[in-house]
Design a protein around this ligand. Sequence first.
Ligand SMILES: Cc1ncc(COP(=O)(O)O)c(C=O)c1O
Length: 497
Amino acid sequence: MCCFGFAPNIVLCIQDKKLISLAKKFSQCYLSALLNKNKRNSTVSDTDSVCEWREPEELAALLDLELRENGEPQHQLLQRIRDVAKYSVKTNHPRFFNQLFAGVDYHALTGRFLTEALNTSQYTYEVAPVFVLMEDEVLSKLRSLVGWAEGDGIFCPGGTMSNMYAMNVARYRAFPEVKLKGMWSLPRLAVFTSQQSHYSVMKAAAFQGIGTENVFKVKVDDRGCMIPEDLGETIELAKSQGAVPFFVHATSGTTVQGAFDPLEPIADICDRQGLWMHVDAAWGGSVLFSKEHKHLMRGVERADSVTWNPHKMMLTGLQCSAILLKDTTHLLKHCHSADAKYLFQQDKFYDTSLDTGDKSIQCGRKVDCLKLWLMWKAVGSKGLEERVDRKTFSSPIYLTYVFRFCSVEQPLFVNVCFWFIPPSLRGKENSPDYNDRLSKVAPVIKERMMKQGTMMLGYQPQGGRVNFFRMIVISPQLSHQDMTFCLNEIERLGSDL
Ligand SMILES: Cc1ncc(COP(=O)(O)O)c(C=O)c1O
């Protein structure tokens, strides 16, 4: 066994000595290629761009992707690693506003390296003793933030999967015969979610044979929050069409606008109708760390299940997503277990309830708890609360203050949505082709920013609104200077439009 440090804060233990020098060289090479690109800098130059855009054919040629008969010498492999870092998007660059993740927490990164080096599967205590106990502790801590003293849960490969788990377990509770007999035994089922919920609801309905036409979309207000009265009416509509409601999917932190559905009135309806209430807090869940902001999820403890992705706002790195359940009757296991005799032997020499793998729909399962556990250990719940309070909520407030573009709505969370009105469209709001022309602005500016590598933010149409920018302000490195840069840069890139 040998330990070495290969970057600040990072210590790995690797059993195979031959691997050590190679891994050390590779990781140093990768980290320097990556981190040098992300140095704090007040101006953005070619040397610290967010991305190095290349057309796909050119990139494929530059990377020399072909896999050949013979292996390559070390110096060539090191160059390949540098190239991978060079042409990959620097998602921890402070001017990466494109996704619901950004930045990197170094404690979590250490946990990620260690997870990869130890290379085990989360299914049994036999092969993952540390991680079985650790997952249990982390899930229980997350549940306590939701407001549950007990319950169940599992880490999943992303929020989409966590949402799928919720729908599947909800269906199993309502119709346990589905496990044996399948959809033949079931009536037409109905799912309810807001018009602005994540598309994973549709995927889940398709994947589970419920059908996307049976996902009933509930109206939202201008800020993107579900209108509970419309939920009630939509449930009655579904029933009148012969469908059987079983699942309400609410959202805390919608993907585009960052809206929080009103959970208390939604819970009242679910209670009255006997429906499973799921809260997709993949994006917004981290407000539960904050005494100041957790009111955004008031009523979450009344839900049956919650999706929470620490890999988004908490910067633990992809992937780190939990499905949490209030249930204490082992629904998760009953719904998914297949009792594989070669893995989950009941006559093992230890407590077999520690073999948690049969709760999962997977067999092998990646360890996702270590990075969160290590980060949590390092900064404590207080440190995580401070991050949510200071780094995330001060930025949108600042942006709104300096804002000179056209806001879609006042930001409720860290999603800042706006249109840039180019010079040629100013004062032309009443022209018949205004919306059509405005819809073409964001795609052009996006292309220009990526080709110049100065920053990245996303855009989309939504409902009746034509393409607008969505800027996600969570990077821990982000300064007010960066945000001002971003606004100036949009103006520069769109000055001729
Ligand atoms: C509200 C919401 N739910 C679920 C997801 C899906 O999460 P993942 O990308 O981890 O599958 C997202 C992704 O952005 C999201 O915004």
